[in-house]
Ligand binder design. Sequence first.
Ligand SMILES: Nc1ncnc2c1ncn2[C@@H]1O[C@H](COP(=O)(O)OP(=O)(O)OP(=O)(O)O)[C@@H](O)[C@H]1O
Length: 263
Amino acid sequence: MVETEQVAVAEEAPVKLEINDLTIKYGQHTALKEVNLEIREHEVFGIIGPANAGKTSFLKSINRMDTFDTNMSVEGQIKFNGLDIQNLQNIYALRSRIGVVFPLPVGLPLTIYENVALSPRLRGINSKSELDIIVERCLTRAALWDEVKDRLNSLGSLLSGGQQQRLTIARALSQDPDLLMLDEFSIAVDPVTTMRIEDVLKELKKDMTIILVTNLVQQARRLADRTAFFLENECVEVGNTEDLFTGEVKDQRTRDYVEGKFG
Ligand SMILES: Nc1ncnc2c1ncn2[C@@H]1O[C@H](COP(=O)(O)OP(=O)(O)OP(=O)(O)O)[C@@H](O)[C@H]1O
């Protein structure tokens, strides 16, 4: 079975992210409490849970977004590639290894080409032929190239919502990330585009680790090797995704959530 193979690969893989006693607060308000988990290389790690469970805050802490929000504080330890990210001198180097896709496409007011070429340019790549190769590769991997190759100089904002979300993914890939984090990427995307992006993610996991926050439990089932269930600021359970859906769960709240008894 495909699922069994995916899990077997993930269990042997080295740890990409190690989370120890992670607590996230906004002022006095606790958004996430004492989370402990590991995310391995080349796995798709799903995070499911209802609104306000702390899912987005979890992603923000990995990207050190607390440096932008004086109200946000992070306690505990996050190790990325074995390094404690709280102790990193260069947060930009960390962020350059992490691609982020938000619920709504965040287009830059640039052409399609420049949306993808910007990050490589910032890394010092200025050769037109090199940039052309990177742009084509990233747009192809994001399943967008065929639709835009004849209008690379049009504004990205003129694309459809689904195309813009794929452009966002292409831009994230232009960073050549180790880790891709997606936060409810399909919230404003039609079902056909959602399935196309899901196929893209299945391919991308060969090259990177993926954290997929999703409000669609069936999407986690289709894509994730392992899944965590977050509820009311707590990580209730982490398990092999199939176990969560076949009743082999430890916590009744997880069973109720995946069965749609609350949401
Ligand atoms: N910038 C912020 N300032 C203050 N409180 C915040 C901030 N961001 C999130 N919170 C609070 O932290 C808690 C967790 O929010 P978070 O966005 O991480 O949850 P979520 O599971 O991603 O929810 P959703 O599915 O609705 O996006 C919520 O109670 C939320 O109101």
